[in-house]
Design a protein around this ligand. Sequence first.
Ligand code: IMP
Ligand code: MG
Length: 184
Amino acid sequence: MKEDIERVLITEEEIRERLDHLAKEITEDSADRQLTVVGILNGSCLFLGDLLRRIPLPLTVDCISVASYHGGTSSSGHVTFRQTQLPEVNGRDVLLVDDILDTGRTIQAVRQALTGAGARSVKSCVLVRKAVKRVDTVGADYVGFDIGSEFVVGYGLDYMGHYRNLPFIGVLHPDAVQRWIQGA
Ligand code: IMP
Ligand code: MG
C-alpha cells in the first residue's frame, strides 16, 4: 500500500502535534457549552477518534454517512445522504467533523440539514482544507492543515475506498491511479 504513495504530505507526527493544538482550541471555545459532535463518515473516522480523545469536555457523538465522490478524484457535484434519519440536534450546539474541505458542498449540505433540524449553532472542523474555489462562502471554523489542490489519501481519506488506514496523509502515485482505473 505504501508503495502507491508518491510522497508523504503530512506525517503521523505532524498530525499528532496539530491535533493537540486543534483540540485545545475547541476545548477552550466550547468550555461553557455541551457539544453534540457529528462526524461525517467514512472519511472522518480516524480523525474523529483522535480528536475526541483530546477534548476533555462532556459531549455526545453521532455520525452521519454522506457521499459526494463516487469513485474518482473529483467531486460529483451533489451530496447523497446514505441514511434518512439525522441525529437529534434540536437546540444543540453542534460541532461537525469532516476529513477534508474541498468544494464545500458536503459541509454546506450537512450544515443546512442540521440547522433545519433545529440545531442552535453549527461549527465545523476539518482536518485538511484544499486550496480550491468553493461554493458560496462555505468555510470551516477549525482547520488542521491547508494543502494545495492535489488529491490526497490516508488518515481516513480514501481513493476508491482504499488507503484510509494509512497513518499519514500522502499523494497517490499516478501509476496507482492508473492501476485502479484499469481495475487492478
Ligand atoms: P466537498 O463536498 O467537495 O467539500 O468534498 C468533501 C468530500 O470529498 C470529503 O469528505 C472527501 O470524502 C472527498 N474528498 C475531497 N477531496 C479529497 C481528496 O483529496 N482525497 C480524498 N477524498 C477527498
Ligand atoms: Mg468523505
